[in-house]
Design a protein around this ligand. Structure first.
Ligand code: PNS
Length: 178
């Protein structure tokens, strides 16, 4: 059994791609959302759990959980033998290597397995999704439809996809009068 720990704020198509890949190589995969008291998240842990549960309901061997504290302690508690992490580009590698080696130091029997998401998601990150959505940009190519809706509920509809407002003649007249 493997855990796939992360922030998932929000879950992206890249995360979903990795879950699909992980579910094919592990008998059971637990998507483990970190409760991080140091970060003010966009979506609460409960919202993220519900969203990932809805998005992964089709996988029989995937479940979603939350955890606090060290990833290695959580992994030991749920008897996971591996930690799944995604590597998108070389820039991810240094941080991921450091984390994997530190986790190995803390818990030598726990293996970290790196998988690469599909290359067309290699530039997708939750941070950029949050930034684009907050500024009214389109995120439909980066996140599943459900997440796009939830982002819209937080920030409003993307500005660029709105039809240009055309005032009716009557409306214009009324505006001129007021
Ligand atoms: O999605 P993220 O934010 O890249 O995930 C990072 C995460 C949650 C995997 C990492 O921050 C983590 O494992 N945090 C738990 C605390 C911990 O174990 N820290 C030591 C890591 S070597």
């Amino acid at each position: 059994m493997a855990i796939y720990p992360g922030s998932f704020d929000p879950p992206t198509k890249g995360h979903l791609d990795l879950i699909a890949r992980g579910s094919r190589i592990f008998d059971e995969l637990v998507v483990a959302i970190l409760r991080n008291p140091e970060k003010a998240p966009l979506f609460s842990v409960e919202e993220r759990k519900e969203m990932i549960e809805l998005l992964t309901s089709g996988y029989k061997n995937v479940r979603v959980d939350t955890f606090e504290g060290l990833t290695v302690d959580y992994a030991t508690r749920v008897r996971a033998t591996a930690v799944l992490r995604g590597i998108r580009a070389i820039s991810d590698y240094e941080y991921e290597l450091q984390m994997a080696l530190m986790n190995r130091k803390l818990q030598p029997s726990l293996e970290t397995v790196f998988m690469m998401p599909a290359e067309h998601y290699s530039y997708v990150s939750s941070r950029l999704v949050r930034e684009i959505a907050a500024m009214g940009g389109p995120v439909g190519a980066l996140v599943p439809g459900l997440i796009e809706q939830r982002l819209r509920a937080k920030f409003g509809a993307p500005k660029r996809s709105k039809a240009p407002a055309v005032a009716s003649k009557r409306g214009r007249k009324r505006n001129l009068q007021s």
